[in-house]
Design a protein around this ligand. Sequence first.
Ligand code: T4K
Length: 370
Amino acid sequence: MADKRILVTRSSMPPLEEYVAEIAPLWESHWLTNMGVKHQQLEADLKRYLGVDEIALFTNGHNALECVLEAMGLRGKVITTPFTFASTTHAIVRKGLEPVFADVREGDYTLDPEKIEELIDDETCAIVPVHVYGNLCDVDAIWDIAKRHHLKVIYDAAHAFGVRREGVSAASFGDASMFSFHATKVFNTIEGGAVCFRDANLKKLLEQWKNFGIMGPEDVEYVGGNAKMNEFCAAMGICNLRHVDDEIAKRRIVAERYWERLEGIPGVRLSRPAPGITPNYAYMPVVFEDECGTTRDEVFLALRERSIFSRKYFYPLVSDYACYRGRFDSSKTPVAQHVADRVLTLPMAADLPLDDVDRICDVIDELASR
Ligand code: T4K
């Protein structure tokens, strides 16, 4: 029986025959992982698509982020945002680094450059901003601060695949950018991720780390882990990449319907692309401000009663997670706290029918105008 639920997203998939044709050669070669031909092809395809010279593929975005933090040899404090998915902060902490949370901007919820500098001290080694929802950070201001203080900038670009600023890919900013290719992302390899980076010397280290530090059958230079993207995931990526521009174009139609329907409802704050940005329409965040006739939680429950499953990405703030209890003070990032308490990400997918968007907007409209 068909699933009538509307979920927060729905994985994009290529036609089955296309994927089957892509993986058929694996039955000939019996080469299923460890940087095989599909892995190599996806690397080349992504370099072209993202317009970068350097890329390394991984099992997922989280491992990619951990790996680049380690490969850069970072020690000390990292300035980052609490308004993100668990992965960003966990990667920093799991690599023995100390997160220091700076607040986000009102307009796009990305790290506020004006809040960074006051947090820098002698132990600060890096900044890890997040292009949250695909909203590009103020990359120029962040780069300027980082260069003045000799800090590395590693973007969590998990949400920003395909986003461009004045035609330049989100993959080109900072020292490195991590992308997630999880099933829920605009571009997916089922599970997967990548790091794009400037310094060509990082390539060897990243490739070593993801394969136990092995350089040759009798040569292990480094205490690495295992984070190799397998051939089936790479094949999925090769197929999905052929369709990603169409997928983004379809998402645009969905996003514009949401904006058209929700714009003008008092107290409903939408997140529109900034001038000069080519967006990817990854998420549909809506902030229900206090002057709205309804609240985030009310909308969440009303939709759920109708089998529509929105999500509170990203509530609570990472700094309020049980695993970090007592370590951070979220009142020091009031904008992030305000947004986390009021934001709801509505269902967004390339194939979301506009009738479903209308149903969702009807619910919000009705609640908000009571
Ligand atoms: N940094 C940031 C800022 C991130 O947002 C993420 C991941 C990362 C780093 C780490 O990247 P990865 O290591 O994951 O590559 C989901 C994703 O699992 C996660 O990748 C993503 N961020 C996060 C924002 O969302 P959950 O726990 O909310 O996923 P789940 O299982 O509840 O799925 C959400 C909806 O997606 C489902 O209701 C239906 C749909 N879905 C899900 C799956 C698993 C599909 O359509 N197909 C699927 O296969 O975390």
